[in-house]
Design a protein around this ligand. Structure first.
Ligand code: ADP
Ligand code: ADP
Ligand code: ZN
Ligand code: ZN
Length: 753
C-alpha cells in the first residue's frame, strides 16, 4: 500500500456523495469547484476534523479527558493522515496589547536583538516588552494611549441639574448618581451650570470636603461627596467600550477621548527601554518601520555576536515581504487588520517553524491579493511544500491553481447537485477538462467595449489619511467603478474613509457586520421562519411557539441549537451534534406535526432552491428565497446557522437584503471572495442590476473579470504602504490596457491575451 498519499474513502459529510479522494503527500494540492460544491466539507469538515480527532486519540485517557472532543466526521476511512495545521481567515481578534509584532513573534526577536546589541544595554529582553510590567510605560500601562474626559461632552452648561445638565445615562435626573449632586445642598438645582460661581463649579467638577445624606430604606445615610470628574474617571475610564451596550457606548464615545500617551508618545515602552539604541534606532522606531524597510535595516546592522539573532529577525521579516505584508509595521494593532491580512500574518508564523511532515490547510489564501501579490503567495506555498509538508488549499484563483501539483475539482453543481469529484489530476489537465472550473479557466476576461456614461461625479479632494498622498479622485455616479491596486496601496482607506464623505448615505456591504449569534439561521435572519411557523401552526391547530427553535418545542438538551458547544478558554469552541435530538433541534412531540408531509426539521433542512418548490403559496417567503438564489446562495439550507457561513457568503446575504432598494450608493469589499470563477458572472449581473436601477456601485476588487467589466477604474499604487497612496490610473477598462505604469494593467494584458 502506498504511503505517499492520503486516501479518503466513503466521505459523506454534508453533501459529499460517498466519495473517494487521494491527496499526494509532500505536494501542493488545490481543491476547486463552484460555491457550495463541497470543498469545505471535504477539506475542513472531513480531512482537518479527522486529523484533529486522531491527534487527540493519541493522548493518554487522562489528557484526553481534558481535551476537546472532535466529532467523528461522516467518512469510512482516511489513511496516512498527517497532523493538520489550519490557517483560516478568521480575523485576529486580539486585544489592545496584540500587535503584528507580538502575534508573529517577530517582536520577541527584536527584543532579543535590542537586549544583546542595544547601546546602552539595559538587561533582559523583558525590559523591552510593553506587555511586561518591567518594560511597559507606567503611565499608560503599555497601551500607548491615555483616555481623557471631554467635560463639554459630559455636561451641558446651559442646563441646570434639574434640567439634566449631566449628559450620561447613569447620571439621569432623579437617579441615585444624580442625587449625590442634587441632594448635596451645595448647588441650586435650578441654576444653569454656566451661572455657577467659580467655587461651585470647582466643587461640582472636582469635589469638596462635604458629606451628603442620601435617603435609603433605613433612613438617610452619610456618603462622602465626590466631584463629577474623579467619579466618572474612576468608574468609566477603565471600561472596555467594546463590551458596552449601544446607548452607553454612544455616550462613552462622546465623552471619552483617547490620545497618544504623552510620556511614551504612544510607543508603550518605559523610558529605559527607549534609551537603548542600535545604529541610532530605538526598538519602538524599529517597530514603526514597514517590515520591508526594517528587514533591510537589520541586514545592515553591525551587532557583533548577536548576528544569529539579527539573521533570524531579518529572515522572518523577509517572509512578511514575501507574503505581500512588507507594508505593515510591527506596531500595528492586529484589530485593524483585514481578514486576508490576518490569514497572511498567521501564515508568517508557520513559515518560521521548522516542523516538517505536517499537513497545512489554507482557505482561499488569495483573498485581498492583487495578481501581483498572488505570485508571491504561490512561491510561499511552494516553499512550505519544499520543506517537506503536504499543502492543501481551497482556492479559486487561476494563478494559484496553475502552480498546483495536483487538483481536485468538486461539482458538478452546488449542494445536492454537487459533492462529487469531477476532475482529479494536474493543473494543465484541468484547463482542458469539461468542468465548470475548466471552462472558466479557458474563458478570458473581455474589457467592456461600451462603458456606461456617468450621471455625475463625486469629487474627493486632498485625501491624505494613512498612506494616501493628498490625492484627488473623481468617482463617477450611476455606474460601476472598480478600485484596484496591490494590497496596502490605499484602496480601503480611500473607499471607506472618503467616499461616504462625498456620497452621504453610502451603504457599505463588506464581509463583517451581520451580527451572528449561535441561534441566528438563514430562516430567522430573513424572517421566513415566522411564516413557516404560522403555516405549521395553522395546519396542525397548535401554537406557533412550538416551532421556534428557542421556544417551548425546543430540544431541552441543546436548547434548540441542534449542536452542543464546548467552550474552551483560549481556543475556538468545539461543536458536536446534539445526541438527544440528533441535530433536529426539536422534541419528538413537535416532530409529529407535519406540513405537506414534512416535519419542521425537514423544512429547515431544505436548501433555498428546494424550498422554492416547496412553498409556492407564500408570496413573502418566495420573494426572499428568489433573492437568496439570485445572489448565489441557493445551495444553503434554511436552518443553516449564520456562524457557519463564510465571509463571502455573509456578504452576499447582505446583498440579498439590499436588492430591490434603488438609487443608493453601494460599496463592496471584494464581493468575489469565496466565489468560483463561474459564479462571478452571476455576481456581475446583480451589480449591473443595481446600477441599472439607478445606483452607484463601487467595488474594491482584484478579480480581473470584474475589473474588465466595470465602467470605470481607479487604480491606486504603484506599490504598498508608503510606496503607494497615489492614483496611477483613472479611466475605462480599454484605456487601462494601454497604461504602462500600472501593475493592474500589466496583469490585465496577460489575462486577456
Ligand atoms: P464549498 O466549500 O464548496 O463552498 P461547502 O462544503 O461549504 O461548499 O458546502 C457544501 C454543501 O454543504 C452546501 O449545500 C452547504 O449548504 C452544506 N453545508 C455546509 N456546511 C454545513 C453545515 N455546517 N450544516 C449543514 N449544511 C452545511
Ligand atoms: P488596501 O485596501 O489597498 O489593501 P489600505 O487602505 O488597507 O490598503 O492600507 C493603506 C496603508 O494604510 C497601508 O500602509 C496600511 O498599513 C495603512 N493602514 C490601513 N489601515 C490602517 C490603520 N487602521 N492604522 C494604521 N495604518 C493603517
Ligand atoms: Zn505611555
Ligand atoms: Zn438537541
Amino acid at each position: 500500500m502506498a504511503h505517499d498519499r492520503i486516501r479518503i474513502s466513503g466521505a459523506r459529510e454534508h453533501n459529499l456523495a460517498d466519495i473517494a479522494v487521494e491527496i499526494p503527500k509532500d505536494r501542493l494540492t488545490v481543491v476547486t469547484g463552484v460555491s457550495g460544491s463541497g470543498k469545505s466539507s471535504l477539506v475542513f469538515d472531513t480531512v482537518a476534523a479527522e486529523s484533529q480527532r486522531q491527534l487527540n486519540e493519541t493522548f493518554t485517557t487522562f489528557a484526553r479527558n481534558r481535551l476537546p472532543r472532535y466529532g467523528q466526521p461522516d467518512v469510512d476511512t482516511i489513511e496516512n493522515l498527517a497532523p493538520a495545521i489550519i490557517v483560516d481567515q478568521r480575523r485576529l481578534r486580539g486585544d489592545a496589547r496584540s500587535t503584528v509584532g507580538t502575534i508573529t513573534d517577530i517582536y520577541s526577536l527584536m527584543r532579543l536583538l535590542w537586549s544583546r546589541a542595544g547601546r546602552p544595554r539595559i538587561g533582559s529582553s523583558n525590559l523591552f516588552s510593553f506587555n511586561d510590567p518591567q518594560g511597559m510605560c507606567p503611565r499608560c500601562a503599555g497601551l500607548g494611549a491615555v483616555r481623557t474626559v471631554d467635560v463639554d461632552g459630559l455636561v451641558d452648561r446651559s442646563r441646570s441639574l434639574n434640567e439634566g445638565a449631566i449628559r450620561f445615562p447613569t447620571f439621569h435626573v432623579g437617579g441615585w448618581m444624580w442625587r449625590t449632586y442634587a441632594d448635596s445642598g451645595l448647588f441650586d438645582n435650578d441654576k444653569p451650570l454656566a451661572d455657577y460661581t467659580p467655587a461651585e463649579w470647582e466643587a461640582f467638577l472636582h469635589g469638596a470636603a462635604a458629606t451628603v445624606h442620601l435617603p435609603s430604606r433605613g433612613g438617610p445615610v452619610p456618603t462622602a461627596y465626590e466631584g463629577l470628574l474623579p467619579r466618572f474617571e474612576r468608574i468609566w475610564l477603565p471600561k472596555d467600550p467594546e463590551t458596552l451596550k449601544p446607548k452607553a457606548r454612544e455616550a462613552f464615545d462622546r465623552v471619552v477621548t483617547e490620545t497618544a500617551c504623552p510620556d511614551c508618545e504612544g510607543t508603550r515602552l518605559s523610558a529605559a527601554a527607549l534609551s537603548s539604541r542600535i545604529d541610532g534606532r530605538t526598538i519602538a522606531e524599529g517597530a514603526a518601520m514597514e517590515a520591508g524597510e526594517l528587514a533591510a535595516a537589520v541586514r545592515g546592522m553591525d551587532v557583533g555576536d548577536a548576528a544569529p539573532v539579527a539573521e533570524a529577525l531579518a529572515t522572518q521579516l523577509e517572509h512578511m515581504v514575501g507574503i505581500g505584508l512588507g507594508y505593515l509595521t510591527l506596531d500595528r494593532p492586529t484589530s485593524t487588520l483585514s481578514g486576508g491580512e490576518s490569514q497572511r500574518v498567521k501564515t508568517v508564523r508557520h513559515l518560521g517553524s521548522s516542523l516538517t511532515g505536517m499537513l497545512y490547510i489554507l482557505d482561499e489564501p488569495s483573498v485581498g491579493l492583487h495578481p501581483h501579490d498572488v505570485s508571491r503567495l504561490t512561491r510561499l506555498l511552494c516553499r512550505l511544500r519544499d520543506k517537506g509538508n503536504t499543502v492543501l488549499v481551497v482556492e479559486h484563483d487561476p494563478d494559484v491553481i496553475a502552480v498546483a501539483d495536483h487538483v481536485v475539482d468538486m461539482g458538478p453543481g452546488a449542494g445536492e447537485a454537487g459533492g462529487r469529484v469531477v476532475y482529479e489530476g494536474d493543473a494543465a489537465g484541468l484547463a482542458a477538462a469539461p468542468t465548470a472550473t475548466g471552462r472558466a479557466l479557458r474563458d478570458r476576461p473581455v474589457p467592456k467595449a461600451a462603458p456606461r456614461t456617468p450621471a455625475g461625479w463625486a469629487r474627493i479632494r486632498g485625501a491624505d489619511r494613512h498612506n494616501l498622498r493628498a490625492v484627488d479622485v473623481d468617482i463617477p455616479t450611476g455606474v460601476l467603478t472598480a478600485v484596484t491596486g496591490v494590497a496596502g496601496s490605499g484602496k480601503s482607506t480611500l473607499v471607506h474613509g472618503y467616499l461616504p464623505l462625498v456620497c452621504p448615505g453610502t451603504t457599505v456591504i463588506d464581509q463583517r457586520g451581520i451580527r451572528v449569534s449561535r441561534r441566528s439561521s438563514l430562516a430567522t435572519y430573513t424572517g421566513i421562519l415566522d411564516v413557516i411557523r404560522r403555516l405549521f401552526a395553522r395546519e396542525n391547530g397548535v401554537s406557533t411557539s412550538l416551532f421556534t427553535p428557542n421556544g417551548e418545542g425546543a430540544c431541552p438538551a441543546c436548547e434548540g441549537l441542534g449542536v452542543v458547544y464546548t467552550d474552551l478558554a483560549f481556543m475556538d469552541p468545539i461543536v458536536s451534534t446534539c445526541e438527544v435530538c440528533g441535530g433536529t433541534r426539536f422534541t419528538d412531540d413537535v416532530l409529529r406535526y407535519r406540513l405537506d408531509g414534512r416535519t419542521v426539521a425537514d423544512v429547515l433542512d431544505l436548501s433555498v432552491r428546494r424550498a422554492l418548490d416547496a412553498f409556492p403559496r407564500s408570496g413573502a417567503v418566495n420573494s426572499v428565497l428568489v433573492r437568496l438564489d439570485e445572489v448565489g446562495l441557493g445551495y444553503l439550507a434554511l436552518g443553516q446557522t449564520l456562524n457557519t457561513l463564510s465571509g463571502g457568503e455573509r456578504q452576499r446575504l447582505k446583498l440579498a437584503d439590499e436588492l430591490g432598494g434603488d438609487g443608493g450608493v453601494y460599496v463592496f469589499d471584494e464581493p468575489t471572495t469565496g466565489l468560483h470563477m463561474s459564479d462571478v458572472a452571476d455576481l456581475l449581473a446583480l451589480l449591473d442590476r443595481l446600477v441599472d436601477g439607478g445606483s452607484t456601485v463601487v467595488v474594491v476588487e482584484h478579480d480581473l473579470d470584474v475589473v474588465s467589466r466595470a465602467d470605470w477604474i481607479v487604480d491606486l499604487g504603484p506599490g504598498p504602504g508608503r510606496h503607494g497612496g497615489g492614483v496611477v490610473f483613472q479611466g475605462t477598462p480599454a484605456d487601462l490596457l494601454a497604461e504602462p505604469a500600472s501593475e493592474t494593467a500589466r496583469h490585465m494584458r496577460r489575462a486577456v491575451r
